[in-house]
Write a protein that binds this ligand. Structure first.
Ligand code: ZN
Length: 159
């Protein structure tokens, strides 16, 4: 299938991966009209709780989407490596396992934290989006408890 067919009109970007291959494609959409449009779109998404908090600066808003996509790339690599290490389940289960591990780590650090209040609306849609959203939060200057848990888990896993 051509990427143009996969790409929905309102898609900012996505990663295509193959479960049994190292190959991954990061595809950027053509949704943004300009740099300013991209910055404003991300800013608005944060204000509406659709995206995770970051440092409030245009050059950070501008890299939000690509950082989120790098989260997907990383999770696909982690899944492949887990399989090489004997992990038996499918990728959607791996994504669910990662989500649980991040939440458990956040609760271990702060038992009263509320993961549901810390994750963006987009991150609630799917376990894979949860990971990418928390990854963006962890990388862009003001990680919340989920972002900090992600940092700890990545470090513990050697990433
Ligand atoms: Zn995503």
């Amino acid at each position: 299938m051509k990427y143009s067919e996969l790409m929905r009109k309102n898609t900012q970007a996505y990663v295509h991966s193959w479960e049994y291959s190292k190959k991954q494609h990061l595809v950027l959409g053509r949704i943004f009209q300009s740099y300013d449009d991209m910055v404003q779109t991300i800013k608005n998404a944060q204000l509406a709780g659709r995206s995770m908090p970051t440092i409030e600066a245009d050059d950070i808003f501008a890299v939000y989407t690509i950082t989120h996509e790098y989260g997907h790339l990383l999770q696909h690599i982690m899944f492949r490596e887990a399989k090489e290490g004997g992990y038996q389940n499918r990728e959607n289960q791996f994504q669910n396992d990662c989500r649980s591990a991040i939440i458990n780590m956040a609760r271990k650090t702060n038992p009263s934290c509320n993961p549901d209040a810390l994750i963006s609306k987009y991150g609630k849609e799917q376990d894979g989006e949860f990971f990418a959203e928390v990854f963006a939060n962890s990388m862009l200057g003001c990680p919340n408890e989920l972002g900090k848990a992600m940092e700890q888990l990545l470090k513990a896993g050697g990433y």
